[in-house]
Write a protein that binds this ligand. Structure first.
Ligand code: CO8
Length: 637
């Protein structure tokens, strides 16, 4: 499912931002409003956003013109007939959206995906208005949609996996960090964020604390810049009220808007944030707000609306919280977190999810992985998934990478490994903030660095070939990971470099050794001494990367190459890898000896028999990767 042209229906504040983001991602974008007047207004919004970007020096005039040139307008739904994806972003009125989906179904070409930006309705309701429920999904953007990187990709029970894959890929190419969520009320983030706002009003209604105290307690407990009341004033009390009412409709009484929220909404005024903070009331406020968030987040996972990691990322990226619900529970201790939820359970029976009880009984923290492994057939994909810090390598990430590599090493089914990063970076280096803390203890920094060495070695010595799919920044330790891989493909937008000397250190995860071996002393010295990042094209020119491909094609091209390698004789490939590595370390005579030994071993495999037999019989070989049975070998000999 290739997405090239995208339609956006509705060009209000949200729709205009969505259209701009899509055009910035390089897609031909067609905006639709029903009248010329509304269309001109909507396009004017995008033009103004872009102009503001130039004024602030964030966008160059050339980039503004390039993005603007990709955007066209239409007043007729037929104008979207050739789009591969249409994103609906009209007013949040269920019947209007349903009618639009029925119309879009008739106007758009058969394979087009229809997506809704709804935040409060069931996506399946709109899918039911079409003849193509497999191609209907949600794309829930967060305000402001040009800046906020979070995007909830919503799947209904009917959405085809191919459509979801295409949307996840599309989201990434438009600079978003997608999380996959099930079609459930509030999806992942609003399901706990809106009750968090609502609970703050309940605390006020109950007289637990005044507004400044509640805001201050929330800022401290969640390590955020704005408390719930200040936030409601910034985004609008009506949005908070309508969102709470919508969750109440489908999820029951706990979610009902607090009386004070309804009253404030009716008044049409923002909250008055006046009064003195009362420090003695803050713990009670923090406990309640955390209890609400913890209970709902655990229930989301229990109901399989989203994974632990995606729910966490929703808070980190979408809400800019320093920790998400699960990270906070781990910090607080799972038993204490459970206690806070049980206190709410006493007032609202049925609130506490079983999953949290089980976790608390076991006394285990939540597992939050920053390194993800997926295995499809014979290809394993490792994704560095700490996008909120550009996948920077802290101790936890390095440990997870090591464990993941060990699992792949032990898996005989896996023939090729792809290593890539989530978001804007492949890996932006070792975690500078963590290194800064470790730096006080020389033994600790030495241990960290030595551990990094071992992880790079694990990549290098994996029997399976490893392809780095360099999707963005590959800096410092990130470039060193790429150097430890066997093959490097880079997106044309990637930036590579070894900037460590700018921090007062130099590449310490093997960069001095592997860069010099790969590109020679001169080019390596320039990279390391200047610290200047280079473009993907320059990296290809000096031999750091094998090939540069357009961003949209990176993963497809990497998978194609991986599949080609996976189709070859796996033992022969592994032995060739060992021989190539020997060439980097041994004098020629000894290297040739390694080659001789390894190639003789390859000759003795069942795959050699199969490969040569298949050539003679003019058929495709079927390689098993198994050594020959002794008897069979003797019989053939
Ligand atoms: N460590 C920790 N956090 C990082 C790192 C990093 N390496 N890179 C990015 N981040 C964080 C940022 O702090 C920021 O977090 P927050 O939002 O909380 O402020 C978030 O990621 C997003 O980053 P930016 O806002 O900076 O994003 P930009 O798009 O503006 O800039 C850059 C992107 C240019 C990549 C910029 O982030 C950058 O320069 N990062 C640092 C790159 C670097 O210097 N890497 C080398 C690190 S040192 C190293 O790798 C040594 C390895 C060997 C260790 C041996 C020890 C002896």
């Amino acid at each position: 499912m290739e997405i090239k042209t995208v339609g956006v229906v509705g060009c209000g504040l949200m729709g205009a931002g969505i259209a701009q983001t899509i055009a910035e991602g390089g897609y031909a974008t067609i905006v639709r409003e029903p009248t010329q007047e509304l269309l001109d207004k909507g396009l004017g919004r995008i033009r103004d956003f872009l102009a503001k970007g130039v004024e602030k020096g964030k966008v160059s005039p050339a980039r503004r013109d390039e993005v603007w040139a990709r955007i066209k307008g239409t007043t007729d739904l037929a104008g979207l007939g050739d789009c591969d994806l249409i994103v609906e972003a009209i007013v949040e009125v269920r019947d209007a959206k349903r009618a639009l989906f029925a119309d879009l179904d008739r106007a758009c070409k058969p394979g087009a995906i229809l997506a809704t930006n709804t935040s409060s309705f069931k996506v399946a309701d709109f899918a039911a208005a079409t003849q193509r429920p497999k191609l209907v999904a949600g794309l829930h953007y967060f305000f402001p949609s040009v800046i906020n990187k979070l995007l909830e990709v919503v799947r209904t029970d009917a959405t085809a996996p191919d459509a979801i894959d295409a949307l996840m890929n599309f989201a990434r190419l438009t600079g978003k960090l997608p999380i996959l969520v099930r079609d459930a009320p509030g999806f992942a983030v609003n399901r706990y964020f809106v009750p968090w706002l609502n609970e703050s009003v309940r605390l006020l209604d109950e007289g637990v604390a005044n507004i400044p105290t509640i805001d201050a307690a929330a800022r401290d407990a969640f390590n955020i810049g704005m408390g719930p009341f200040a936030l409601m004033n910034a985004t609008g009390v009506p949005i908070a009220f309508h969102s709470a009412a919508s969750l109440h409709e489908s999820l029951g009484n706990f979610y009902a808007p607090a009386p004070g929220l309804r009253k404030q909404f009716d008044s049409g005024k923002p909250w008055e944030i006046v009064g003195d903070e009362d420090a003695s009331r803050k713990p009670a406020v923090a406990d309640r707000l955390q209890g609400v968030v913890f209970g709902i987040a655990a229930r989301l996972v229990e109901e399989e609306v989203a994974s632990v990691e995606d729910t966490e990322r929703g808070a980190l990226i979408g809400l800019r919280w320093a920790k998400g619900p699960f990270g906070m529970m781990n910090d607080l201790g799972i038993k204490r977190a459970h206690k806070l939820v049980e206190r709410i359970e006493k007032q609202c029976p049925g609130f506490a999810p079983k999953l949290l009880r089980t976790q608390a009984t076991r006394g285990e923290p939540w597992t939050l992985r920053d390194v993800r492994l997926s295995i499809e057939g014979q290809i394993a994909s490792i994704t560095m998934s700490r996008p909120e810090a550009l996948n920077a390598l802290n101790g936890k990430v390095l440990r997870e990478l090591k464990e993941t590599l060990a699992a792949i090493r032990a898996n005989r089914e896996v023939r090729v490994v792809i290593l890539t990063g989530e978001g804007d970076a492949f890996v932006a280096g070792a975690d500078i903030k963590e290194m800064q803390q470790l730096a006080a203890k020389p033994a600790a920094i030495r241990a960290f660095t030595a551990f990094g060495h071992r992880v790079m070695r694990d990549i290098e010595t994996l029997p399976q070939p490893v392809i780095a799919a360099i999707n963005g920044f590959a800096l410092g330790g990130g470039m060193e990971i790429a150097l430890a891989c066997d093959i490097r493909l880079a997106s044309s937008s990637a930036r590579l470099g070894l900037p460590e000397v700018g921090l007062g250190i130099f590449p310490g995860f093997g960069g001095t050794q592997r860069a010099a071996r790969l590109v020679g002393r001169g080019a390596a010295s320039q990279l390391i001494f200047s610290g200047d990042p280079i473009s993907a094209d320059e990296a290809a020119r000096i031999g750091v990367v094998n090939r540069v491909v357009p961003p949209a094609a990176l993963m497809a091209e990497t998978r194609k190459l991986a599949a080609r390698i996976a189709s070859r004789a796996p033992v022969a490939v592994a032995k060739a890898k060992a021989a190539i590595h020997a060439s980097q370390q041994l004098p020629l005579d000894q290297g040739l000896q390694v080659e001789l030994d390894r190639v003789c071993e390859a000759f003795a495999t069942q795959d050699r028999v199969e490969g040569m037999q298949a050539f003679i019989e003019k058929r495709k070989p079927v390689f098993t990767g198994q050594p020959p049975k002794r008897k069979a070998r003797r019989a053939r000999a």
